[in-house]
Design a protein around this ligand. Structure first.
Ligand SMILES: Cc1ncc(COP(=O)(O)O)c(C=O)c1O
Length: 356
């Protein structure tokens, strides 16, 4: 059977969750499990994340999947509901919503008594300069005062556009957040994603919202997971299915983009973009064979890649790590001109899923 495998290390997941708790000991942890737990498979991850105080997802369907799997923790819909009828389902399933526009506010006020009766908090999103979702600073204060007067418990929420770098917008976002927090005090507050958990310990407040760090990938361009003391959760691997000796001047793969400058030994590995392995590399990419990194040769095809195994002791059936503990997904992403988040999320259905 074809051995293209996504293996989830649930111990690493627990380790990373504990790292969040070490870094933010006084905050509740909303583990972000949207997009199928960043591609890791929500059903394989939730048990290992069950010590989270809550889960964060992007839509009602993702929240209902968590309920169907039997997990009872609070859930926050970080984009809120998409229609009026979703509000009642959210209440019935004990799911908290964000409100980020006036229509959602109206939908919420229509079901006010039921929402409050179930002890659900409402998350109110500040648009402090990212300009995606949320109310601007000139309107959010009165909205929060109104919600509090109606009897709602509110969480002031904000998302950084540049928490992974030093950027002038960070200061603006922080100062707007603190201004609203003070104006609306007492109020629960949440603004830290993974990068901000590391960068701004003074802003952890009531809830932190880690995503990528739970999965053992880095939110930073200049600090890898080892520096952050995180463990990669996913190992993406495949098998060598053929060995090929080529001579100097021979080409490899579609487009014959690679031409050997010397005699080489190639291994053909059963992985390709049909599995979610990226094709459009902007610089040399490598895989790991028993911890030793070796280059991918020529173009990535739908089902296969070639790798250089000259001088390596390999045989058909050997497993190759595409990303995992030796070849970090963040480094593959960097060679591909993207971020680890994207590679993790866009795996296809084809690789076999395992967990340990
Ligand atoms: C509102 C919100 N909070 C937290 C996160 C988690 O971010 P990260 O994966 O960078 O920790 C996300 C992810 O995009 C988000 O949209």
């Amino acid at each position: 059977m074809r051995q293209a495998t996504v293996c989830i290390d649930t111990h690493a997941l627990q380790y990373n969750l504990n790292r969040v708790k070490q870094l933010a000991p006084n905050s509740k942890v909303v583990s972000m499990v949207k997009a199928n737990a960043y591609g890791h498979g929500v059903s394989d991850c939730l048990a290992a994340l069950s010590q989270s105080d809550a889960f964060g997802v992007a839509c009602l369907e993702e929240a209902l999947e968590i309920r169907e799997l039997g997990f009872k923790q609070p859930i926050t819909l970080i984009e809120g509901v998409f229609s009026e009828d979703e509000m009642q389902i959210a209440i019935d399933q004990h799911i908290e919503v964000i409100v980020h526009h006036h229509q959602q506010l109206q939908w919420l006020l229509q079901v006010k008594d039921a929402y409050i009766a179930r002890n659900l908090k409402v998350w109110v999103k500040l648009n402090s300069g990212m300009n995606r979702l949320g109310f601007k600073i000139d309107v959010i204060k009165s909205i929060i005062h109104q919600l509090k007067n109606e009897g709602f418990t509110c969480v002031l929420a904000m998302h950084f556009a540049n928490a992974d770098v030093d950027h002038p917008l960070n200061e603006q976002q922080i100062s707007q957040f603190l201004e609203v927090k003070q104006d609306c005090a007492p109020i629960l507050a949440s603004c830290c994603n993974s990068a901000a958990i590391y960068k701004y310990p003074e802003l952890h407040f009531d809830y932190v919202r880690p995503g990528i760090m739970l999965y053992g990938a880095t939110p930073f361009a200049d600090r890898d997971v080892h520096a952050l003391d995180l463990k990669p959760v996913m190992t993406f691997s495949a098998e060598i299915i053929a060995l090929n000796a080529i001579q100097s001047g021979e080409a490899v793969g579609y487009g014959s983009t690679f031409v050997a400058q010397r005699p080489m030994q190639l291994a053909i590995v059963s992985i390709g973009y049909g599995d979610g392995y990226p094709r459009a590399f902007i610089r040399e990419n490598t895989v790991s064979l028993d911890g030793q990194l070796t280059p991918v040769i020529g173009r990535v095809a739908m089902d296969m890649i070639a790798i250089d195994v000259t001088n390596l002791n390999t045989k058909i059936g050997d497993l190759v790590e595409l990303w995992g503990k030796h070849r970090l997904v963040d480094d593959v992403a960097e060679a591909n001109g993207t971020i680890g988040y994207e590679l993790l999320c866009r795996l296809s259905q084809r690789p076999k899923r395992l967990k340990m």
